[in-house]
Ligand binder design. Structure first.
Ligand code: SAH
Ligand code: SF4
Length: 338
């Protein structure tokens, strides 16, 4: 089968095109058609010669991902259900904010192997990795639905663990950041991970994007219970990585902490968290737990969330309480399960 054109990185696409006899300027035009004009066929690349379009058709194909469904939330959030070429389903989310910021939340895998107990995607297990093209197609397809809107931010917080699909994720990041392609600034992209420490080290060798770490507990005993990955890469290793990341990437780590009633929201744990973050340049996102059918957890009360926010702030840690969007359509974090 012919290769999918969005699976190529810039330099190997250029090489392949030059080998077919196309010129460098044609390569630049093709990148523009793909990622700026977001066409869905080679025939739409109207400034290429008939011969070149024919060559493209003979040698490449477009990804066959389809939009299977769109759910609109009362708050403007849209949950996209995508059907991949093999019939598997993934989700992506369009999140507009009143500030004008428009964030897309992307999936990196069909399901996830990490098995975090509070996460709906985790319950599915891992079906397979997404390809680079399938990651990029989510952006293209959502943008095609909102041609007048400018997407400002990308978060890798949909289905799947990005560090478990490093090659495709890094490849997609390159194209997202490429000025001739999507042209997103690095500071507008955030990759979230549950803490696959060795892969994170590998990742930051050539990606200096913002990194979010799903923490959810300040000690190994509790984190082992919530996130099985912690048994492989316990907190000491994770926190060492975070200090190295601070130094190498010169960025704070964004820690995500879902507040689960009676599980990880006790005042002692709050103090333990503050001690754990001592010496790390950190921001914290407190996430209200999104429940889903059959989940065993409940969200902490609004007072508890406020108490955590105030105390962390007092301890000098920049803290946000994530405003949950799209909860009514199960499009919020951890509710994705195609
Ligand atoms: N696998 C990566 C990225 C996808 S999950 C990771 O775990 O970081 C994105 C975020 O959603 C993570 O912080 C995750 O912990 C959070 N999340 C998972 N289930 C959730 C739920 N039920 N309610 C709120 N947030 C959840
Ligand atoms: Fe996977 Fe992230 Fe869900 Fe954990 S929270 S199961 S790592 S998607």
């Amino acid at each position: 089968m012919k290769p999918v054109i969005t699976d190529f990185d810039s330099s190997s696409l250029k090489e392949a095109l030059l080998r077919l006899g196309l010129k460098t300027y044609a390569f630049c035009q093709i990148i523009q058609w793909l990622y700026q004009k977001r066409v869905t066929s080679f025939d739409e690349m109207t400034n290429l010669s008939e011969k070149n379009r024919q060559l493209l058709k003979e040698n490449f194909r477009f990804s066959s991902t389809k939009v299977a469904d769109i759910k609109h939330s009362a708050d403007g959030t849209c949950l996209f259900l995508f059907e991949l070429s093999d019939g598997k389903k993934i989700e992506g989310v369009y999140i507009p904010a009143i500030t004008g910021r428009i964030t897309l939340c992307l999936s990196t895998q069909v399901g996830c192997a990490m098995g975090c107990h509070f996460c709906r995607t985790g319950e599915m297990g891992l079906l397979r990795n997404l390809t680079q093209g399938e990651i990029l197609e989510q952006v293209l397809m959502i943008q095609r639905c909102f041609p007048a809107e400018q997407v400002t931010n990308i978060v890798f917080m949909g289905m799947g663990e990005p560090m478990a699909n490093l090659k495709a994720v890094s490849g997609a990041l390159k194209i997202l950041e490429d000025k001739k392609a999507f042209g997103f600034a690095k500071r507008r992209i955030t990759v979230s991970t549950a803490g696959l420490v060795p892969k994170m080290f590998e990742f930051i060798q050539d990606n200096k994007t913002k990194l979010a770490v799903s923490l959810h507990a300040p000690n190994d005993k509790l984190r082992n219970e919530l996130m099985p990955i912690n048994k492989r890469y316990p907190l000491a290793e994770l926190m060492q990585f975070c200090r190295d990341y601070n130094r190498i990437c010169k960025l704070p780590v964004i820690f995500e902490y879902i507040l689960l009633k009676g599980v990880n929201d006790a005042p002692e744990l709050l103090e333990e968290l503050i001690r754990l973050l001592n010496g790390v340049s950190a921001k914290i996102n407190l996430i209200p737990f999104n429940s889903f059918p059959e989940s065993q957890y409940q969200p902490s009360s609004a007072e508890t969330v406020e108490m955590w926010r105030d105390r962390l702030y007092e301890a000098g840690i920049q803290t946000n309480v994530r405003a949950e969007r799209g909860r009514d359509i199960l499009a919020a974090c951890g509710q994705l399960a195609a």
